[in-house]
Ligand binder design. Structure first.
Ligand code: FAD
Length: 335
């Protein structure tokens, strides 16, 4: 005999949503919430069901309070300990495992950021699950869409794991807004997971007053055509300032030392999808396109009319960048 009542109940979408519960991992740096990580909450909302947010670090109460204001979040789990400040995965993974076990979540979601990529596979492995990486869409609670082969093919994957561990592409899920939500804040389990196997020594961050590359609405990127770091700075930075844009770079420009590694756009750099992406002296190699081809408007300046970048550009200017960019910057200054 089959219990058809239960089967019917399980098939109903509303009943299914009631069974779903997602934990969104939120990032913080030095006591400040990384609002980009609120994309994980947007993804959790698309799943439906209960949504909890997770934050950890020292003096975490302000970050927890800010996160609790995101509409649609039911609860924020906060763990206050300096052991989790830098997100060292050796410490953070057992912390998450303890809290996931307690919460009984069906989905655990983090951004496909350096933090998420470092952490989630370890957590998934500890709970004997397979991670689903860098998704761009959710079809249902077990079916997800993700680009593969540097965005040249789109795979639809289905997971039968009891807990789905997912990293999401930030450009596909806009960050949830901090509004007037009133989630409860609960102290999470602290397994005192400071393994001491790794130690945070130091960090050397490129500080800039310009908009953040990953979230800016305008990006100007320079490539090998800029010829040197001096020329990159002389030509690209005034253009960025005239447009109020973030600065990006191709891998060739980064490898040649023209720009900082954190500015690299592409398959092995950042994935951006701004309103305007301007590629200057960039040929448009497939690995670069993988990081910017979803931009709303793509403009390119290149002296080679056959450069592949023009195949994806909405607006193209064939010419010498050393003439064209200063001219454009000057005109923007007057506009
Ligand atoms: P080039 O291909 O050398 O192009 C320079 C362009 O500048 C040319 O089109 C030229 O016509 C133009 N130019 C030169 N002088 C002028 C001038 N005076 N005025 C106007 N135009 C001028 N690349 C990335 O960018 N990001 C990645 O994340 C990335 N990941 C990779 C991962 C792997 C596994 C591999 C194998 C490669 C990866 N690459 C990546 C490298 C990629 O294949 C290209 O080598 C790189 O993108 C080329 O950079 P570029 O366009 O600046 O240089």
């Amino acid at each position: 005999l089959r219990d058809t009542t239960a089967a019917t109940t399980l098939r109903s979408p509303a009943a299914l949503r009631r069974l779903l519960s997602a934990l969104a991992i939120l990032e913080q740096r030095e006591g400040k919430l990384n609002t980009g990580s609120l994309s994980a909450i947007t993804a959790a909302k698309q799943l439906g069901g209960t949504i909890h947010g997770f934050v950890a670090g020292s003096n975490i109460s302000a970050v927890a309070a800010e996160s609790a204001k995101v509409a649609g979040v039911d609860k924020i789990i906060a763990v206050d300990s300096a052991a989790y400040d830098k997100g060292l995965p050796e410490n953070y993974a057992p912390l998450l495992v303890a809290n996931i076990k307690k919460g009984g979540y069906t989905h655990v979601i983090a951004g496909h950021t350096a933090f998420g990529k470092n952490l989630m596979p370890r957590v998934a492995a500890l709970l004997d699950s397979q991670q689903i990486s860098d998704i761009t869409a959710i079809q249902d609670d077990k079916t997800f869409v993700r680009p593969i082969y540097a965005g040249n093919a789109i795979a639809t994957v289905e997971s039968s794991d009891a807990i789905k561990f997912i990293t999401i592409r930030g450009t596909a899920f806009p960050a949830a807004a901090i509004g007037s939500g009133a989630a409860t804040i609960e102290e999470g389990i602290d397994p005192k997971a400071d393994t001491a196997t790794t130690e945070w020594v130091s960090e050397d961050l490129a500080k800039s007053d310009r908009p953040d590359l990953a979230t800016a609405s305008r990006v100007v990127s320079g490539g090998r055509g800029l010829k040197s770091k001096e020329e990159f700075d002389r030509v690209m930075l005034p253009l960025a300032d005239a447009l109020g844009a973030a600065v990006g770079a191709s891998r060739a420009a980064v490898d040649s030392g023209y720009a900082d590694n954190s500015l690299q756009v592409g398959q092995t750099g950042k994935v951006v999808a701004p309103q305007l992406y301007m590629a200057v002296g960039i040929s448009g190699a497939i690995q670069h396109l993988a990081g910017m081809k979803d931009s709303k408007v793509i403009a390119a300046i290149n002296k080679d009319a056959d450069a592949p970048i023009f195949q994806v550009a909405d607006v193209g200017l064939v010419g010498d960048l050393f003439d064209k960019v200063p001219e454009l910057t000057e005109k923007l200054g007057k506009a």
